[in-house]
Design a binder for this molecule. Sequence first.
Ligand SMILES: [Zn+2]
Length: 149
Amino acid sequence: MNSKNDIEPLRSLSKEEYELLRWMFEHGLEDLRTFRPQLESIRAARSCKCGCPSIRLDVPVGAPQGKDAGETIVGDFAGKTQRGELVGVLLFQKAGRLIELEVYSVDGQIKGDSSEFGLPLIESMTLIVWEPIPGRPEAKKSTNFPKNE
Ligand SMILES: [Zn+2]
């Protein structure tokens, strides 16, 4: 275990992280797909101490750039962990390079003895679809966000 002040060194993606990212590149919106060539060179480190599996992503200078359309979030998904916990997954980019994979509990219902939870299972993943709300140009609503049974 690392102490709270440690900055974790960058490491290769775990097989689970790699497969999840690959699935997201293949099933995300068009802009996200442009980041697919970065997958092989991504290095990662845990970015949060709360028990979630979020990781910061490091893409080396010189790697192919993805499309930076001005949006920080280029991937927006939801899924369920092996223990059935409902989680959201966000992919962040900056200047055409991926910087973060955030996994968050949707409803705080983490099972087990600790606050730790894992990555969602690929077969449970859903691309979140957002639609404008009539009369509220700044707001959007998701039409298919999964719910906990
Ligand atoms: Zn966290």
